[in-house]
Design a protein around this ligand. Structure first.
Ligand SMILES: C[S@@+](CC[C@H](N)C(=O)[O-])C[C@H]1O[C@@H](n2cnc3c(N)ncnc32)[C@H](O)[C@@H]1O
Length: 443
């Protein structure tokens, strides 16, 4: 004979303890779920149950448009009529949302007599099951209940959602789903021009999930401090004219780690597709059969002038902008074309241009550009070291040399450069005006 000893019921009695519900996630795939009530609440429940793969029956004399559309599409069954006990035949879960407490009482009583869980939309205190506020991010599902206060649950859920989407919560997997074992993936993340706050939410999230981070010198490196201690950081930082890790080796590292099943983030400064060789890295990964995601970043070409108060286009002043590398010597034809652009009010934004500024400025002037054209050089933009130097096309090389202008710097050539502010326009962390750096008067 089997005797049940000391069940929970005898130990603690039957007092209900709604503050300590038993949380559970159900796999309802293919299982019958019944929604009694065809209004907006019933429709919402039906939609969520369908998303969970349930076989949904809605019972209601009238139904809102959404229920009718789902029924017409064959996604659920709508019994157009009054509720009766046999509607619950075969049900694993019941939701009642009729708006009529007597009907909801009857549905709940019938479900209870069948030992089927019933969620009441009308009176959570008379319910034995509740639907939580839910946030999903990929395969993560977080459910919140908060003392029977739905608005409080929703507010908490939104806070969790923000934490997940911003990468503030530790999303990194420590055990991989079976389907993912064997092959990792590479995410090329544009980190913005240097300040950690200028990376996108998608970039932050990718970092929060990374097992390996392959990082450049101009990336927002402060974010590396937030990584788990066991995340591998591969520093391939390139200084100007000094490339410690060749491009092919970087690509080899990306592919190698992803083939080991790891999630790899390639963290770059600015946008990886603006003088960032991002497309080469994506192609190398794809050629090796590795899935690649690309997260765009805020490019220094636009953000650094902005941080110095320079709009690269400006109504009535500049209608076009050309972003170019200053690393290579240009031929006369190209210089002629660029000089003509400046004559039409176009802005030239030059990256990697400090060392060849004398040749560029002289070449533009030789091809007819106005020697009085304003020039601004913005070093270490969007960082506490940001410094802006202003000059003209005729004086730029000499002023830059005298002031010791160094990479990284963005050079702006065009009328808009006259709008440069001597200090950083805002402090990115406090939104307060930035500290005035010790500055020579601009020439
Ligand atoms: C190889 S390019 C990479 C550009 C990057 N992919 C982007 O979208 O900003 C490097 C050049 O970008 C510019 N640069 C990047 N970050 C900068 C910053 N914070 N301040 C000034 N210039 C910057 C400099 O001209 C530097 O030499």
């Amino acid at each position: 004979m089997v005797t049940e000893r000391n069940t929970g019921a005898t130990r603690r009695g039957h007092a209900r303890d709604v503050d300590h519900p038993y949380p559970l996630h159900l796999d309802l795939t293919g299982r019958r779920a019944v929604v009694v009530g065809g209004g907006p609440v019933g429709a919402r429940r039906a939609r969520d149950l369908l998303a969970a793969g349930a076989d949904v029956l809605v019972v209601a004399p009238q139904a809102c448009e959404e229920v009718v559309a789902l029924a017409d599409a064959g996604d659920l069954t709508w019994k157009q009529g009054r509720w009766c006990a046999t509607d619950l035949d075969g049900a694993w879960l019941v939701h009642t949302a009729t708006g009529d407490p007597r009907t909801d009482d009857a549905v709940a009583a019938e479900a209870t007599s069948r030992r089927t869980w019933c969620v009441r939309a009308d009176a959570s205190e008379r319910s034995r099951a509740w639907t939580p506020a839910v946030v999903r991010q990929d395969d993560v599902v977080i459910s919140v209940t908060a003392g029977g206060d739905p608005r409080r649950s929703a507010a908490l859920r939104d806070g969790v959602r923000l934490g997940l989407s911003s990468g503030a919560l530790p999303l990194r997997r420590h055990r991989r789903p079976t389907a993912e074992r064997g092959l990792g993936r590479v995410t090329l993340v544009g980190g913005g021009p240097g300040d950690a706050s200028l990376i996108t939410l998608a970039g932050r999230r990718a970092l929060a999930e990374a097992d390996v981070v392959v990082v450049d010198r101009l990336a927002p490196r402060a974010l590396l401090d937030e990584l788990d201690a066991d995340v591998e950081v591969v520093d391939v930082g390139k200084a100007p004219d000094h490339h410690p890790v060749p491009q092919r080796e970087i690509e080899r590292v990306l592919v190698d780690r992803a083939l080991r099943g790891l999630r790899v983030v390639r963290l770059k400064g600015g946008d990886g597709y603006v003088f960032g060789r991002g497309a080469e890295e994506a192609a190398a990964c794809r050629a090796a059969g590795i899935p690649v995601d690309v997260v765009p970043g805020i490019t220094s070409a636009l953000a650094v002038p902005a941080a110095a108060g320079i709009p690269v286009t400006h109504r009535g002043t500049a209608r076009s902008v050309t972003v170019m590398t200053g690393h290579e010597l240009l031929g006369d034809d190209e210089l002629l074309d660029l000089a003509a652009q400046t004559a039409r009010g176009g802005t030239l934004v030059v990256l990697m241009g400090v060392s060849r500024l004398p040749e560029l400025a002289a070449g533009l002037a030789a091809q007819g550009a106005d020697p009085d054209l304003p020039v601004a050089l913005v070093e270490s933009g969007c960082t506490p070291q940001q410094r802006t130097t202003t000059a003209t096309l005729a004086t730029a090389a000499e002023v830059a040399a005298r002031r010791g202008v160094r990479a990284p710097a963005v050079i702006v050539i065009g009328l808009v450069a006259a709008m440069a502010h001597p200090t950083r326009v805002v402090d990115l962390r406090t939104s307060a005006p930035a500290q005035q750096p010790a500055e020579e008067p601009a020439p």
